[in-house]
Design a binder for this molecule. Structure first.
Ligand code: DGL
Length: 263
């Protein structure tokens, strides 16, 4: 039987993680689920996000997936603890924030400030603060609610004047804070990195995807065959496959088929 790693997100954001997973495991097989029907997650309640993610996990379990990457900060922040408890006997879950946090603050000194660009639900959860506290309680954490950024990516509004104004307003907060590093705390945001850099190229940007992928490679419960597989990737969405394709195309080469799943 073929081993697959399941990768989930609300939409195209998780593709920024999938690219890195493929980089480190080029022969691995992956199932990607974009929950486009319920996107964006960041403005939903924790209970709603929990229930959307649970549906996707059940979908993966039916496909015999035994390792799942939460390529979504929001889900990792508000739904991982409950879902891990419920699914731990059937699926090994890699939640984004918890898996990468040590690297995100690596080399920061006491009293340094780290800013986190994230969705509203992630910022409200204080998950970044709680996880950072475990390793260094003297680092200051500044969560910045970047509601609206996800739609810029999903609706391809990169050139829109309003998009640039919104991004600039968040970059201004960073400048004033004196933060040393900004975590791209939503997997959609790496696709905005060029715009961020236009406004501020001096600060360090941390994209968790590379680190997450290396840790998944080392710790997933997979047979050796996985690493020498066919390098197959299957895409599933809960709404509008063609819209998903259009939003993904600028940065990800989706194959022929995107399968619509009624969740
Ligand atoms: N890309 C996800 C994240 O990392 C979800 C964004 C959303 O749907 O609001 O948080």
């Amino acid at each position: 039987m073929t081993d697959y790693i399941g990768v989930l997100d609300s939409g195209v954001g998780g593709l920024s993680v999938l690219s890195e997973l493929i980089n480190v495991m080029p022969k691995g097989n992956f199932l990607y689920f974009g929950d486009t029907k319920n996107m964006p997650y960041g403005t939903k309640t924790p209970d709603e996000i929990y229930s959307y993610t649970k549906n996707i996990l059940n979908f993966f379990v039916k496909k015999n997936v035994t390792n799942v990457v939460f390529a979504c900060n929001t889900t990792s922040a508000v739904a991982y603890d409950r879902l891990n408890e419920e699914f731990k006997d059937v699926v090994k879950i890699f939640p984004l924030i918890q898996t990468v946090i040590k690297s995100a603050i690596n080399d920061l000194k006491d009293n340094d400030t780290i800013a986190v660009f994230a969705t509203r639900a992630t910022v409200n959860s204080k998950k970044y603060e709680m996880e950072i506290e475990k390793y260094n309680s003297k680092v200051n954490v500044l969560g910045i609610d970047c509601s609206g950024f996800v739609e810029i990516v999903e609706k391809r509004l990169y050139q829109d004047e309003k998009s640039l104004e919104l991004i600039k307003s968040k970059m201004d907060i960073i400048k004033q804070s004196g933060a040393r590093r900004v975590v791209l705390g939503c997997t959609h945001y790496p696709y905005l990195l060029n715009i961020f850099k236009k406004f501020n190229s001096d600060i360090e940007y941390f994209n968790p995807a590379g680190c997450l992928s290396r840790i998944v490679k080392e710790n997933a419960n997979l047979s050796n065959d996985f690493y020498n597989g066919k390098g197959e990737v299957k895409f599933y969405v809960s709404k509008s496959p063609e819209e998903f394709r259009k939003s993904a195309e600028p940065f990800f080469n989706i194959g022929d088929e995107i399968i619509l799943v009624n969740q």
